[in-house]
Design a protein around this ligand. Structure first.
Ligand SMILES: CC(C)(COP(=O)(O)OP(=O)(O)OC[C@H]1O[C@@H](n2cnc3c(N)ncnc32)[C@H](O)[C@@H]1OP(=O)(O)O)[C@@H](O)C(=O)NCCC(=O)NCCS
Length: 330
């Protein structure tokens, strides 16, 4: 069987208008711009407007991705939407986006791999096209984390932001497109990073609201330790399976969680940190949207060109991690 070459043929991103700076957060919790910048590299992030939900951000990013690809919503035959912050617990956000876009020929479902979601979803979409089951897959990473972050908890509320990114996957000319990928999960770390209540294990009760366990809880240093191992493992494994060397990689698009995590990963992988594209200073950690947001910005600046070999690499709750190597196709 001849597998197709699959690549990203259009990419779009969207962030809400409202900018929340570190100085704004100084007024809400016991923190400082100096602490946040020195420990994370983050200076500001975007928060969705009150009437914006996760699907609304996804739709804006998707429209741009379709335009870049020169396609209409009806050309899409599958939508995979990665999020940890869906509009609703039941009814996938992908179906809401399908309706809002008018992508009436598309099957649609959500995927939750937290901050690794974009790489997981790209991998699933690639497999669907390679196997000849579908032709054009819209992959979305979208989050409104500002609704699940506890704005009274300085350990977490300074880290996250809202945003969306979307990529259209389709067949590309031979020699281009997705070269390889690596996905992993370590489910044994059960309490490192999660929203403890609001699901079926612990439904919302007055006690839950009192203890604020309907908001994100995180053991920061444990996530840090995991991340500095997981990012290199995923990236190096993907490079090895694609027979790609560190010299071949023109740019890395890491999950935008923390400047210090990225610096440590760069050393372990052996790719200079200058090749790691970062915009976390402006958007913070937007979970499944972050890698696409970074890639979209780099494309708009003309920093990624046809034939460049790039790596996408992420880690997140679950715990999950994943990486994808792509020879850029346009
Ligand atoms: C969260 C993180 C930035 C904390 O940095 P750190 O250098 O490990 O800091 P620590 O957790 O050791 O905390 C040091 C001190 O700063 C305090 N602190 C935590 N958040 C603070 C804030 N926003 N402002 C000021 N002080 C803060 C802590 O309470 C602690 O104080 P203590 O020593 O008196 O107890 C870091 O652990 C991290 O980035 N982890 C990974 C998080 C992540 O990426 N999550 C998303 C995964 S997808």
């Amino acid at each position: 069987m001849n597998f197709k070459n699959v690549g990203i043929v259009g990419l779009g991103s969207y962030v809400p208008e409202r900018i929340v700076t570190n100085f704004d957060l100084e007024k809400m919790v016991d923190t400082s711009d100096e602490w946040i910048k020195s420990r994370t590299g983050i200076e500001e992030r975007r928060f969705a407007a009150e009437d914006q939900a996760t699907s609304d951000l996804a739709v804006e990013a998707s429209k741009k991705a379709l335009e870049k690809a020169g396609l209409t919503a009806e050309d899409i035959d599958f939508i995979i939407l990665a999020t940890g912050t869906p509009d609703y617990l039941i009814q996938s956000t992908a179906c809401i986006v399908q309706e809002k876009l008018g992508a009436k020929n598309a099957a649609a479902f959500d995927l939750n791999a937290a901050c690794s979601g974009f790489v997981y979803a790209l991998t699933m979409g690639t497999a669907l096209i390679k196997s000849n089951m579908y032709k054009r897959v819209l992959v979305i990473g979208t989050e409104v984390l500002s609704r699940v972050v506890d704005m009274q908890d300085r350990n977490t509320c300074v880290l996250f932001g809202d945003g969306a990114a979307a990529a259209v996957l389709a067949e590309v000319e031979p020699g281009y497109g997705i070269i390889s990928q690596y996905l992993g999960a370590e489910g044994e770390d059960q309490e490192t990073l999660r929203v403890p209540a609001g699901g079926t294990r612990k439904p919302i009760t007055p006690e839950v609201l009192e203890e604020r366990s309907n908001f994100l809880k995180m053991k920061g240093p444990e996530v840090f330790k995991f991340a500095v191992k997981a990012l290199p493992k995923a990236t190096i494994s993907a490079m090895e399976s694609g027979n790609v060397s560190v010299e071949d990689i023109s740019m890395v698009f890491p999950h935008q969680a923390n400047l210090r995590i990225i610096e440590a990963a760069s050393k372990r992988i052996g790719i200079p940190v200058e090749k790691f594209y970062m915009n976390l200073n402006k958007f913070g950690n937007t979970s499944s949207a972050s890698i696409g947001l970074a890639l979209g910005e780099a494309l708009d600046k003309g920093l990624v060109k046809k034939g460049d070999v790039i790596a996408l690499t992420g880690f997140g709750a679950g715990l999950t991690y994943g990486s994808m190597i792509i020879k850029w196709a346009y």
